[in-house]
Design a protein around this ligand. Sequence first.
Ligand SMILES: *Cc1c(COP(=O)(O)O)cnc(C)c1O
Length: 371
Amino acid sequence: MLLLIPGPVQTRPEVRAAMAVDIAPWDDDFRVEHAALRERLLRIAGGTPGEHTVLPVTGAGHAVVEACLRTFVPAGGKVLIPANGTYALRMVRLAREAGRVPVTLEVPDTRPVRAEEVAAALAADPAIGHVGMVYSETGSGIVNDPEAIGAVVRAAGRRLIVDAVSAFGALPFRMDAHPECDALAFTTGKCLEGMPGIGIAVARIDRLTACAGQAGSWVLDLAAIHEYALSNGPGRHRFTPAVQVLRALGVALDFYEQEGGQPARLARYAENARVLYEGVQSLGLTPYLEWRHQGPVIVTVHQPPDPAFTLPGFVAALKARGVLISNFFNTTAPTFRVGCIGTVTPADMRVAVEAMRGALDSLGVRQRAAA
Ligand SMILES: *Cc1c(COP(=O)(O)O)cnc(C)c1O
């Protein structure tokens, strides 16, 4: 089966096999392995040893995004969230339920957030201390620009939290070029092509110290995770981590480095997205985003107006042809979504387009272009 969803992604057998061992997380052998893993992740994040640190939180990606919000935004503090998709709206909900005050900057889900919009919103409300941005908006496939948005946050003297969950490893970002950034959040199971199960924050050490004690959660407190590691040995976990997932991530990073790191991964995903985008057009379908706004992580496509089309029917017909896509959509208009990340290649994307042709023909979907 070809798994074309934006996480958990298709992985290599060697990565999955790395999980088939029993490990004690505190064992000295594993601690050495874990320390090396954290160093490699810090390098990929463009962090500086002594200034930034790597903090794993076992759980889904939402857990580490919530941990970032709780750790750095004080209770009752305002966080501006530019929202051009569902993942930003999820950040709004995480902030609200954690007792922070989200200020939603609504942007259509068909274009990136503009830095001027963020600058204007910050100028209008001096009480906003943080901006929480989604780098790759997995709802639609749009990529927002952390360079431009980071620059206006920096100029306004505010702080930044980046949800890079579907971006990290493929889209560029360097913590050392973003002093305004408190934390960058990502997971093991997306562009790093590891197994799902652990969220990771790369955070500024000075800010972890300054923000100690305000999370209002023992589990989701990055400052406490950092403090524990300091007093008990680097990388020491407070609670039982998904330790096999960490081991598998080390193997996934071997392949990441062999491939050529971030630029190579971005190039492969971008080519995957291009083949898919042009492929669905060749079938008469209409991509949701204009090509100039199309990111490399996920391609969303308008559902054909033909009454013969249903999303469950299409997903089942594709699955019968060996391709698994999401059975839901997150855009304003009805779409289907196809992931371009994981151990998949442009050749796989051509296979997927042919499977879509077969699925549409078998369902009798003739009217395909969006109205
Ligand atoms: C996948 C993803 C998350 C986290 O999703 P989980 O299901 O909690 O792992 C958060 N933000 C973005 C942008 C994502 O793509």
